[in-house]
Design a protein around this ligand. Structure first.
Ligand code: SF4
Length: 353
């Protein structure tokens, strides 16, 4: 089996290829050339023709294939439908950061799995069920392809595409290490966000490894009974245990945890919900991100303006923590949070959902 470049850190490449005379410096050149140009480096002082031929024989540079690309007419979000090692398509989204017009940047929203086993009721990916875990290179190459297609630098990565990243822990962490390497994409760890529904062993591993990434936990209800109805993960990873793991994470890393709150009208946007969040998180520094639900079935609706204002007022009154409303774009191309379902961007038909 050839050694797949883009699937290993440069340290791992060195370990795997040192028997072929590859030095740490050459390993970094291999990584840089594969990520930036999709090819092997050229012959140089540190790399003879014979050694390069040997490396060519031992390695392979894998590439995702692009099935479809579609750009939102509303906000410039771009959705890509890729295929990797298997026949199943998966999606990534390029998000333009428009708040600094003189310094435009992109964030890549990537998938970590094909489909998802978590079955959150408000999410199209959850309705697909689980397909498979993506390999590290399939995650890395989503960012590489988005960068190659973007006129602006990709400066951040969010694991908010298809799948639960902490259930594909090893590949996700390897991909993060590869993306952070200065010789490659050089995306700072603090600009990389892992979004999870609260897989407690994964949070504990992140705590132990002190990976310098941002952690977002999708909470959506602070009432365990209601959360169980919305998110089956509550059964195996109950809210009290989750909060304990987050307290340990904060104590060990000093990081403030962001809780994501997918707002569903009439369900989790009332004063009782605000009170429960305050009770649950007392003493834990958090930030709360409010996101409108995007449910193509119409079963869940975002709050009305009045409901949102009342909810925000209740949160401000009860919670001495930052509360932000996060924009989830690309609705017209089914690229917004909760809408990724591995299908082309045409109209959603009943049989799709
Ligand atoms: S919200 Fe995330 S974890 Fe839940 S089903 Fe969708 S992709 Fe999976």
């Amino acid at each position: 089996m050839p050694i797949l470049l883009k699937n290993f850190t440069s340290d791992q490449l060195y370990a795997a290829l040192s028997h072929a005379g590859v030095t740490p410096q050459v390993a970094r050149r291999l990584q840089a050339a594969a990520l930036r140009f999709g090819e092997l480096p050229t012959v140089g002082q540190d790399l003879s023709r014979a050694r390069l031929d040997q490396i060519r024989h031992l390695t392979k540079i894998p590439h995702l294939t692009l099935d479809e690309k579609v750009v939102s007419a509303q906000d410039g979000f771009t959705k890509y439908l890729f295929r990797g090692d298997g026949p199943e398509p998966f999606e990534a989204v390029s998000i333009p950061l428009l708040h600094r017009p003189d310094d435009l940047k992109q964030v890549a929203c990537v998938s970590s799995q094909v489909g998802c086993a978590m079955g959150c009721l408000f999410c199209a990916t959850g309705r697909m069920g689980f397909g498979r875990n993506l390999a590290a290179w399939e995650i890395v190459d989503q960012v590489v392809k988005i960068q190659a297609d973007s006129p602006h630098p990709v400066r951040g990565v969010v694991f908010m595409g298809m799948g639960e990243p902490l259930l594909n822990y090893d590949a996700v962490v390897t991909a993060i290490r590869i993306l952070s390497e200065p010789c490659g994409m050089a995306i700072a760890g603090k600009a990389i966000t892992i979004s999870t529904v609260g897989i407690i062993p994964g949070i504990r591993r992140l705590t132990a490894e002190r990976l310098p990434v941002r952690l977002i936990v999708s909470l959506n209800s602070a009432n365990p009974r209601q959360r169980l109805e919305l998110m089956p993960v509550e059964k195996a990873h109950p809210t009290p245990d989750l909060l304990q793991a987050l307290r340990e994470y904060h104590e060990a890393t000093g990081q403030r945890v962001t809780l994501a709150w997918t707002m569903m009208a009439g369900i989790n946007t009332n004063a009782d919900a605000a009170q429960r969040i305050a009770d649950l998180t007392r003493g834990l520094p958090i930030k709360l991100d409010l996101i409108d639900v995007n449910d193509p079935t119409g079963r869940f609706q975002p709050p009305t303006r009045e409901e949102l204002d009342n909810f925000r007022d209740a949160l401000r009154a009860k919670l001495a923590m930052p509360v932000a409303r996060r924009y989830s774009g690309g609705r017209d191309i089914h690229a917004a949070c909760g809408m990724l379902a591995g299908r082309p961007a045409g109209p959603i038909r009943a049989k799709d959902i």
